[in-house]
Every structure is written in C-alpha cells, then in structure tokens.
Ligand binder design. Structure first.
Ligand SMILES: NC(=O)c1ccc[n+]([C@@H]2O[C@H](COP(=O)([O-])OP(=O)(O)OC[C@H]3O[C@@H](n4cnc5c(N)ncnc54)[C@H](OP(=O)(O)O)[C@@H]3O)[C@@H](O)[C@H]2O)c1
Length: 257
C-alpha cells in the first residue's frame, strides 16, 4: 500500500532525512516548511533519488505557527490525498541560537524567547496535528513529534527545553484519544544531531561540537538518519503496540559522562 506521509520541517536536517526514508519505501511524501526554494530543492532531489522505488516528495510551503496556514495545509492534503497515513512534526528549533546579543535580557527578552520558542516548537506541532487529525488514516495512522534531549536536561535559558517538554503530555493525551481509532502517537527526542541547520551559522565544529560528542557513549555526533530510522520504525507495523512513548536517540548522552 502506498502511504501518504506529511513531514513538517521536511526541507532540511532531520525532516529531510525522514522524507528520504519514507520516499525510499515508495511513499507519497509532503514536505512542509516556510522557505519554498529550500522545499523545492529537497523535493526535486529526493524524488529523483527514489523514483525507482515509486517514492515522490512534494513541497507544500506554510508557516505552521499560524492556524489558518495549518488549516490550508489540511484542506490541500484532503483534496489531493484524501487521508494522511503518517504525520511527522519535525519543524522547530531554538530561537536563541543565532539571536542578536542581548535579545534575551530582562523581562522583555524573557517574554520574547519563551513566547517564540513556544510558537516554534509547540504551536507548529500542535496546530498541524489538530488540523490534520480529522484526516489521519483510521485504523493504522501514525503521528510522531520531534522533541529533544533538552526536555530532560534543560537548554541553558529553559525556554527551548520547556517547549519541547510540553510536547510530551500532548503525546500522552493524544495517544489516549486516538488509540481507539487505531492511531499511535509517539515522540522521538534526539540528542546532538549534526548535518542540520539547528545550530545556524555556528555549524557543527569547534568546542561545542567536541563537548556534545564527548557526552555520548558512542563517541560520535548523531546524524539525521539516526532519527529518521527511529521514526520509520515507529511508523512500521512492528511498532503497532508502541504508543504514548518518548524514544530517545542520543548515543547515551542523557546519562552524561
Ligand atoms: N539538530 C539537533 O541537534 C537537534 C536536537 C534535538 C532536537 N532537534 C529538533 O529536531 C527538529 C528538526 O530540527 P533540525 O535539527 O533538523 O534543524 P533544521 O535543519 O533547522 O530543521 C528545522 C526545520 O523546521 C522548519 N520550520 C521552522 N519553523 C517553521 C514554521 N514556523 N513553519 C514550518 N516549518 C518551520 C525549517 O524550515 P523553514 O525555516 O524553511 O521554515 C527547517 O526545515 C526540530 O524540532 C529541533 O528542535 C534538533
């Protein structure tokens, strides 16, 4: 059966690897993000790479912090695909990374980064999920959130970690609500993952990279495919009894060194 798979943040990093994993299975994948050019490039490259398997990736630009955009996405998905088999919410990031110096100072700064990390990480996942909820395949549908090791360990100023942690009870409640419909709901919480845009211009080198790698038991940075493989498994028939779970993918770094 050809599955319809929707991936927010599908243009880059972890979301892009998730798109590739499902395209390699022959799925019809819809990649969502704000930058149309980035999405189009990803869609073209992955469709060319996985045509032989019957996979196709299509770009659907949208800002998922806005309810009307999430509703527009749902209407388009319903019109083109009817139902959605898999929804992966990978859009997000820490708004403090790359922010101008001093942007987080004082109550105004705190208000800014707590609000914006909530919008970037909670609203993007909740609004898309609530919009798509009526068209999730039943039974057999799969919903996966992308959380973070920060939800367990903190993120420095707390707002990014708090936003990711907020997804966990949402996973539990949604899994309970959708279980009777035969839909599973889980989250994957990655540790440090290189080859993404998460760290912006800081990139994946230098003292911070070395520190994060040193905290793993595996002695390496994660790569987007590590997360995509776990997402793919959660959405496979062999994981049909796995729901309301947060699966950590961090090389053991949560335990620390
Ligand atoms: N890399 C890590 O070390 C790491 C660790 C733990 C958790 N995570 C989480 O993993 C997820 C994927 O991040 P990544 O590492 O792959 O970084 P990334 O390459 O920056 O991917 C984030 C994606 O989210 C999209 N996005 C952001 N805001 C959006 C919005 N309002 N509407 C629609 N799309 C939006 C971005 O595209 P546009 O800018 O074009 O919208 C981008 O494609 C994030 O939720 C992140 O918090 C990452």
């Amino acid at each position: 059966m050809t599955r319809t798979v929707v991936v927010s943040g599908g243009g880059t990093g972890i979301g892009r690897a998730v798109c590739a994993a499902f395209a390699s299975e022959g799925a019809q994948v819809v990649a969502i993000g704000r930058r149309e050019d980035v999405l189009n490039r990803t869609a073209k490259e992955l469709t060319e790479r996985h045509t032989a398997q019957g996979g196709r990736v299509r770009a659907l630009p949208a800002d998922l912090t806005l309810p009307e955009e999430a509703d527009r996405v749902r209407d388009e998905l319903r019109a083109v695909h009817g139902t959605v088999d898999v929804l992966v919410n990978s859009a997000g990031g820490n708004v403090l990374i790359g922010a101008p110096e001093g942007a987080d100072e004082g109550t105004a700064g705190a208000s800014w980064h707590w609000t914006e990390n909530f919008r970037a990480n909670v609203l993007t996942a909740v609004l898309l999920t609530e919009a798509v909820r009526p068209v999730i395949a039943s039974p057999g549908g799969r919903i996966v959130m992308v959380s973070s090791i920060a939800a367990y360990r903190g993120s420095g100023a707390g707002s990014y970690a708090g936003a990711k942690a907020a997804l966990h009870p949402y996973v539990y409640d949604l899994a309970a609500a959708l279980g009777p419909r035969g839909v599973t709901v889980n989250a994957v919480a990655p540790g440090y993952i290189a080859q993404t845009e998460f760290f912006g211009l800081q990139g994946h080198a230098g003292a911070r990279h070395d520190l994060l790698v040193s905290q793993t038991h595996t002695g390496r940075a994660g790569v987007p495919e590590d997360v995509a493989g776990t997402v793919q498994w959660l959405c496979s028939p062999s994981a049909s009894q796995v729901t309301a779970q947060i699966v950590q993918v961090n090389g053991g770094a949560e335990r620390g060194r």
